[in-house]
Design a protein around this ligand. Structure first.
Ligand code: 48H
Length: 255
């Protein structure tokens, strides 16, 4: 016979155990879009303890919407190897490869979980932890609390490194800029995303993937927002390659 109390106990005990196990991680990734997922995968595959905190109930960020709701994204040759690694089907279109948005999110998420990354969905990062001019954690709350604008104090996750993978909004970088002031950008501030220029944007996304404040790295669309790169529309190679690069940069710092 099924017992509702035991159903509740199983859920609460297991969810609490996951959260307790991840109160202190090596890398906390904020944002479960393509760049955050890829960063998590390559870091976990190197044996690091990684957790992703995603505001929405679903991972995948901007992948679901494809281009103007057509459920397809494209990547360029340089990024093909990453989608191949995840077993994602690609159709060659001149110098591009098209793939199905839903397949991309499903296969990425599945492999990311299997690699050992713990994904916490429905949780938002609303602040960071800073000690001696270094970001060393994030401050989290239920997204439902944030959306309902309830006055509920947050909790904290400790991390050796934090990745801002929050997309166009570059939320963590804005928080650090507002509270600390100086970022590692040419002007010391967030430069702001520029208008669409796919070719240049894809190149710059990778170049702009770096440590923007001690302990805080930026990846994906947030990298271009912070360093003043253009947007690129529904081509995602830069997002995947940026996630791969940030994982490489942090791995070097963890050893
Ligand atoms: C928890 C948060 C918080 C927070 C945001 O937008 P994303 O898909 O980000 P990227 O950089 O991996 O990919 C960008 C791509 O999707 C895109 O927008 C492109 C290519 N645009 C080109 C163009 O021209 O427009 O994912 C970010 C994720 C989302 O799922 C958010 O819900 C989540 O981060 N998020 N999660 N706490 N404070 N802020």
């Amino acid at each position: 016979m099924l017992n509702e109390i035991e159903i509740s106990r199983a859920i609460i005990e297991e969810a609490t155990a996951d959260l307790l196990h991840n109160l202190d991680v090596e890398v906390a990734i904020v944002g479960g879009g393509p760049s955050g997922l890829i960063a998590g995968f390559y870091l976990a595959r190197q044996g690091h303890k990684v957790a992703i905190f995603e505001r929405k109930l679903s991972t995948g960020g901007g992948v679901w919407g494809g281009g103007m709701l057509f459920p397809k994204i494209v990547v360029q040759e340089q990024a093909k190897k990453i989608l191949d690694e995840f077993g994602i089907k690609l159709k060659k279109k001149k110098n591009l490869y098209a793939s199905n948005s839903v397949e991309v999110v499903a296969k990425l998420t599945s492999r990311v979980i299997d690699s050992g990354v713990q994904i916490f969905n429905g949780i938002s990062a609303e602040d960071v932890l800073i000690r001696r001019q270094k970001v060393c954690g994030i401050v989290i709350n239920w997204s439902a609390v944030e959306i309902a604008q309830l006055h509920v104090d947050p909790l904290t996750i400790g991390a050796k490194f934090v990745i801002d993978a929050t997309g166009h909004a570059a939320e963590l970088c804005h928080i650090v800029q507002n509270k600390v002031g100086k970022l590692n950008t040419p002007s010391g501030k967030i430069e702001g995303e520029k208008s669409m220029w796919a070719d240049e944007a894809e190149r710059q996304t990778i170049e702009n993937t770096k440590e923007v404040y001690p302990g805080l790295f930026v990846t994906g669309m947030a990298a271009n927002a912070v360093f003043g790169g253009p947007r690129m529309g529904p081509i995602f190679g830069g997002m995947f390659l940026s996630g791969e690069k940030v994982a490489r940069l942090i791995h070097k710092r963890l050893f």
